[in-house]
Ligand binder design. Structure first.
Ligand code: UDP
Length: 255
């Protein structure tokens, strides 16, 4: 569906960027949808999509399918926000995975919703869980498991998560590993909110730092991450390719 058709669909506050759907909403509105899913006891997959992920999905069919099927896709990054503006359906703000995760943890602790933490290295995971409990006293931890299990252990991990019946499952194994795990085992999980959160446990644990607020405000967090972790440079090459592809989409839709 292109953006003209998407616009014609009454009430669809979504934009199609390189074929992928992105919901045009604020972090508060995203949290509202998540709370609605908790009330309705529904399975609800949240993808926080950045430019790199959307571009990657143009040549990764499985990733494209997972994004298509997700219940909520937020604009996680200045590139996606700019693309939405250019394509005429502006996302009102960036809804970063880390920020949305923190908002969810806060709500989960208020509403006694058990949280399962899946992903990252064992020592990082342990510190991340401890930091979450310190920050949100009373948070119910349904369980945790690091993200370095063997492919043959995937089923067992899914059974472990499922047996703990979390209401919120945070999966921090990086893109696209986390999305593919969620897609493969989603139907084995109890009704819960599942969110792929990438490197967020690294930040929660204190191992990694987010950019200062002014850098985030200036829309330069991606640059900060490349400077801090030069190994990201190769992945960041997808950013200009993303922007070029969006420009091509814009020109095509204008015709
Ligand atoms: N990770 C994991 N299992 C793996 C590979 C990675 O749990 O097999 C974790 C890794 O330790 C890190 C996170 O996934 O905590 C990936 O972080 P990154 O910032 O690269 O996420 P992305 O940018 O892909 O969202």
């Amino acid at each position: 569906m292109n953006n003209k058709a998407e616009t014609a669909k009454k009430g669809a506050a979504r934009v199609r960027i390189l074929g992928r759907p992105v919901d045009c909403l604020t972090r508060d509105a995203a949290l509202g949808k998540i709370m609605q899913a908790w009330r309705g006891k529904k399975f609800f997959h949240v993808v926080t999509a950045n430019a790199e992920m959307i571009y990657r999905s143009t040549h990764d069919d499985m990733l494209a399918k997972v994004i298509e099927e997700a219940e909520l896709v937020t604009a996680d990054g200045i590139g996606v926000v700019l693309a939405s503006r250019l394509l005429g359906r502006p996302a009102p703000e960036r809804v970063a995975g880390y920020d949305l995760m923190i908002s969810c943890l806060e709500q989960a602790s208020r509403q006694n919703i058990p949280v399962f933490f899946l992903g990252a290295r064992p020592e990082v995971l342990q510190k991340a869980v401890a930091a979450a409990v310190t920050r949100f006293p009373g948070l119910q931890v349904a369980g945790s498991r690091d993200g370095y299990f063997l492919p043959g252990e995937e089923e067992e991990v899914a059974s472990q998560v499922s047996s703990r019946r979390p209401g919120l499952l945070l999966v921090a194994m990086g893109v696209p590993k986390q999305e593919k795990w969620i897609s493969r085992f989603g139907d084995k999980l109890p009704p819960c909110v599942v969110m792929g959160v990438g490197g967020s446990f690294d930040v929660l644990s204190g191992k990694a730092r987010r950019a200062p607020a002014w850098v985030q405000k200036a829309g330069l967090e991606w640059l900060y991450r490349i400077v801090r972790e030069p190994s990201r440079l190769k992945r960041a090459m997808d950013l200009p390719l993303f922007l070029l592809a969006v420009l091509a989409q814009f020109l095509k839709e204008r015709r």
